[in-house]
Design a protein around this ligand. Structure first.
Ligand SMILES: *[C@@H]1O[C@H](CO)[C@@H](O)[C@H](O)[C@H]1NC(C)=O
Ligand SMILES: *[C@@H]1O[C@H](CO)[C@@H](O)[C@H](O)[C@H]1NC(C)=O
Ligand SMILES: *[C@@H]1O[C@H](CO)[C@@H](O)[C@H](O)[C@H]1NC(C)=O
Ligand SMILES: *[C@@H]1O[C@H](CO)[C@@H](O)[C@H](O)[C@H]1NC(C)=O
Length: 499
């Protein structure tokens, strides 16, 4: 009796003193609404089925740099001020480096004793001459393989611990997802169960443009097409100006190019799936898996033909703001599916919590640990109001579409359909008010334009209720939006409508 007790005490002590390892796989532009999880069967099995899959995971902004800035800071866009993908908009700029990077989650993990490793795309403007060049290594990282600029598969530069490394177009050496994969293997070779806990972030170019598959996956999914149905190729009614400019029905060549993009996006994800499997197996071989959390998510969703929008993100609709989230690890019962409203701003606080550190008051998100078991949930909703903010981008000259020069338009392709504009600037509250779920958006056009949807009955966002809904409901949604767009810290998570 006595010895059993002693043994269990010792086991408890050794488990309690060893902080868990954390692996975070972040993909680029991977949707959930177009079937983006389908090609990664091994990841769904090893992380999702052996852990928890979230069906309501949202991003704070449907654009890479703002969303990634939210992931690193745990803050909404109005607080981290990384408004768009350019330096002028705060993407990886000197003010981000001075204000947010020093308190971002990697710094806290390092302080907690983690061996930290980053490989892949960081923020879109990272590594350029105006953002500190490759010598700038964001604080908190020990092993740093940071891609210069935006996602690429070949012909890229990486900052390797602050030194520039140039890559060409030889598949075996340069294919970027596989490069990240090899760096993960290399880092893991130096780690062991008894050593410091590890934090490894693998941030892949897949499945972002230019959608270049690996040589071994050039023919997979041949013959498949982008999903039809839902709001695919549907004329937008009562939507803000930019969306009304799309061409519906979609021209044949646009359809063909979307279908090609669809297939190539899935192909690029097969290389991510291989990386996840290999990392899992290595952790298992090293007897580290039982004390490791593996997170899998993406920075924003994507659309291919929805409401006639050819191929991009940046919109307020579900296809662009929903992303995958799966987590496996100690204390997470296998096979769970969660309906809680969770967000990219929750990832950092979760890592900090797992490292037994105090989440700073300035952080807007909250640790996801509370969603992992029935007991920890205690019947309370994790979040009822989700805030999404986007600051529409525009470019002075648009190649191939001279008619839009200086017009305030951005990302014009496919018969010059523009996917962004200065007035595609919006903030939305996505409010769960059981049994209803509303999305209420203010779009900053010449005058404010309001879009309101009830998503349980209208999941494809066909019917804008702005002029038909009960004025009391609209007022209440506006109040929640006002509160959120100026919130900071715990005030961003007041649960108002659900229990
Ligand atoms: C990068 O830095 C880490 C931490 O100092 C070191 O262990 C690793 O070997 C370095 N990697 C390269 C390729 O220099
Ligand atoms: C990809 O295609 C190859 C060749 O047809 C096939 O052998 C392989 O199983 C496919 N892989 C996946 C993950 O679908
Ligand atoms: C990004 O935001 C900044 C600040 O609002 C603005 O000056 C810049 O034009 C924006 N960039 C694009 C490409 O729209
Ligand atoms: C939106 O911006 C475009 C480009 O500047 C402009 O042509 C259009 O009139 C604007 N629409 C509204 C409703 O603000």
């Amino acid at each position: 009796m006595k010895s059993t007790l002693l043994v269990s005490v010792c086991v408890w002590v050794s488990v309690a003193t060893k902080l868990p390892n954390i692996v975070f796989v972040l993909t680029d532009d991977q949707d959930t609404e177009l079937g983006g999880l389908t090609p990664i069967a091994k990841t769904r099995q090893l992380i999702g089925k052996e852990g928890i899959t979230y069906q309501n995971m949202f991003v704070s902004s449907p654009l890479c740099c703002p969303s990634r800035s939210s992931i690193f800071s745990g803050k909404y866009v109005h607080n981290h001020r990384g408004l768009n993908n350019s330096i002028a908009g705060g993407c990886s700029d000197s003010s981000w480096q001075a204000r947010e990077e020093p308190s971002a989650f990697p710094v806290l993990l390092k302080a907690a004793g983690y061996n930290t490793m980053f490989a892949g795309k960081y923020l879109n403007q990272y590594g350029g001459p105006k953002t500190g060049g490759v010598a700038h290594i964001p604080p908190g990282w020990d092993w740093w393989y940071g891609l210069v600029g935006n996602s690429k598969y070949y012909n890229y530069k990486v900052s390797v611990n602050g030194t520039e490394e140039t890559h060409g177009h030889v598949y075996a050496k340069d294919y970027f997802t596989n490069y990240i994969h090899r760096k993960a293997v290399e880092f893991l070779q130096y780690q062991n169960k008894e050593g410091n806990p590890i934090f490894m972030m693998l941030s892949t170019p897949a499945c972002h443009g230019p959608f270049t598959p690996a040589d071994n996956y050039l023919t997979n999914f041949t013959g498949m097409v982008a999903p039809r149905g839902g709001n695919y190729n549907v004329t937008p009614h009562d939507k803000h100006w930019l969306i009304q400019q799309t061409i519906v029905p979609l021209p044949d060549d646009t359809v063909a190019s979307e279908d090609k993009t669809f297939v190539n996006r899935w192909r690029t994800l097969l290389s991510v799936d291989d990386m996840v499997e290999n990392v899992y197996n290595m952790l298992k071989q090293k007897d580290m898996l039982d004390n490791t959390y593996i997170f899998f998510s993406s920075d924003n969703g994507f659309h291919l033909g929805q409401f006639g929008l050819p191929s991009d993100k940046r919109q307020l609709y579900e296809f662009d703001i929903r992303v995958p989230l799966m987590i496996r690890g100690p204390g997470i019962p296998a096979g769970q599916v969660s309906q809680e409203n969770v967000m990219n701003i929750d990832l950092g606080p979760t890592f900090i919590d797992l490292a037994n550190q105090q989440v700073p008051d300035s952080v807007d998100g909250q640790s996801l640990k509370a969603t992992w078991t029935l007991e920890s949930r205690q019947g309370a909703a994790f979040r009822d109001n989700v805030l999404v903010e986007h600051f529409g981008e525009h470019h002075d000259s648009i190649s191939g579409c001279p008619q839009f020069a200086g017009q305030g338009m951005g990302n014009c392709n496919n018969h010059c359909v523009c996917e962004d504009s200065w007035n595609n600037t919006f903030s939305c509250v996505r409010s769960t008010r059981s049994p209803n779920v509303y999305k209420y958006c203010i779009v900053k056009e010449t005058q404010d334009f309001v879009e309101v949807y009830e998503l349980t009955g209208d999941r494809y966002e066909f019917d804008n209720m702005a002029s038909s809904a009960d004025p009391n409901l609209l007022r209440s949604l506006q109040d929640d939006l006002d509160q959120l767009t100026s919130c900071s810290g715990t005030a961003c998570n007041l649960v108002k409508h659900s229990t």
